[in-house]
Design a protein around this ligand. Structure first.
Ligand code: FAD
Length: 323
């Protein structure tokens, strides 16, 4: 039986793999994509990871993976489909035959077979909710972004639009207003959902203009974003807004589907776990963007991976798992 199965090889999973290897744990990291790196692979430049200024996201993802490979970390390319507590899975078998001995730990079911493990670190990350409008995918990384903190600096003295009306959209507009010439905040309703204090700050900024009752219908351009097509939901009027960048802040979706019914998640689907990454199911830990926390960045994901392995080690010392 493995000591730990790490699901996902973004910054959290790769950090966990490195720490697990150095701790002498028997670990396998399962990644569904042919490449490791997670969301970082889709980031054109990362300029907030200490020691590696202005690094291309793809290169950073590769560096993380190369480090893990150099240490001899074991990887498996497969999609994890579900996790079962071993006793439960075997109770089903025992019903048919009483030859199976009492065991514990987990069965991690993948599309490439089943892994037996004492613990699991879930590091499946989270994806940004999409608008699913024409041009959104085409211009991703070419003016369309889902992360103002990450990409805002590339739009200094330019005109940008933020789409959304919640806290993240308001925070993004405030953040962008510091560097951009003009920021449009496009919201489909006639009032923001963001916290009052954020609303007040947005409204006090001279270079932020809120366009109410408007939905983005299409993003257009040649090589980069040039225009966002807006529709007034009350009048039906269509207008073209010239912008250099579009920041989409309509929510984030944690990739926690396979954990449903196994660990407790909050109302948005984030795994409820503290800094030690321990979920309410003993032996299952959640690291990175999938965990309920304030700041979802590469550095906090990598920190979670390290903390999760420390918690796994402590758990393995405490618990008596039979093979
Ligand atoms: C466009 C963009 C720009 C960003 N820029 C920055 C930046 O400049 N600086 C910064 O600090 N942060 C930035 N971020 C945020 C940062 O990328 C994330 O916080 C970080 O990647 C989270 O790491 P993670 O390991 O938790 O999850 P992820 O990076 O999401 O990795 C999760 C991994 O799990 C795998 N996976 C999911 N489900 C399964 C399954 N069932 N079976 C097997 N594998 C699975 C996925 O394929 C993926 O590889 C940016 C994000 C985006 C989207």
């Amino acid at each position: 039986m493995l000591d730990v199965v790490i699901i996902g090889s973004g910054p959290a999973g790769l950090s966990a793999a490195i720490y697990a290897k150095r701790a002498g744990l028997e670990a396998v990291t399962v990644e569904k994509n042919p490449m490791s790196g997670g969301q970082v692979l889709n980031t054109y430049e990362v300029d907030n990871y200490p020691g590696l200024p202005e690094i291309n996201g793809f290169d950073l993802g590769m560096k993380f993976r190369e480090h893990a490979d150099k240490l001899g970390c074991e990887f498996k390319t497969a999609s994890v489909l579900g996790i079962k507590k071993k006793q439960e899975a075997e109770a089903e078998l025992r019903a048919a035959s009483d030859a199976v001995e009492e065991e514990s730990g987990f069965l991690v079911e993948t599309d490439e077979g089943v892994l037996h493990t004492k613990t699991v670190i879930a590091a499946m990350g989270a994806g940004h909710a999409k608008l699913n409008i024409p041009g959104e995918e085409e211009f991703a990384g070419a003016g369309v972004s889902y992360c103002a903190t990450c990409d805002g600096a590339f739009f200094r003295n330019k005109v940008t639009a933020v789409i959304g009306g919640g806290d993240v959209a308001a925070e993004d507009a405030i953040f962008l207003a510091r560097a951009c010439e003009k920021v449009y905040l496009i919201h489909r309703r006639d009032e923001l959902r963001a916290a009052k204090i954020l609303q007040e700050e947005v409204m006090s900024l001279p270079n932020v203009e809120i366009l109410w009752d408007a939905t983005a219908e299409e993003i257009k351009g040649k090589e980069q974003v040039e225009t966002v097509v807006l529709k007034n939901v009350k009048s039906g009027e269509i207008r073209n807004l010239d912008v250099d960048g579009v920041f989409i802040a309509v929510g984030i979706i944690p990739d926690s589907e396979i954990l449903k019914g196994i660990v407790s998640c909050d109302e948005k689907g984030y795994v409820i776990a503290g800094e030690d990454c321990a979920s309410d199911m003993p032996g299952i830990f959640a690291a990175g963007d999938i965990r309920g926390k304030k700041l979802r960045q590469i550095i906090t994901a990598a920190a979670d991976g390290a903390n999760a392995v420390t918690a796994v080690q402590e758990y393995l010392l405490r618990s008596k798992i039979t093979k």
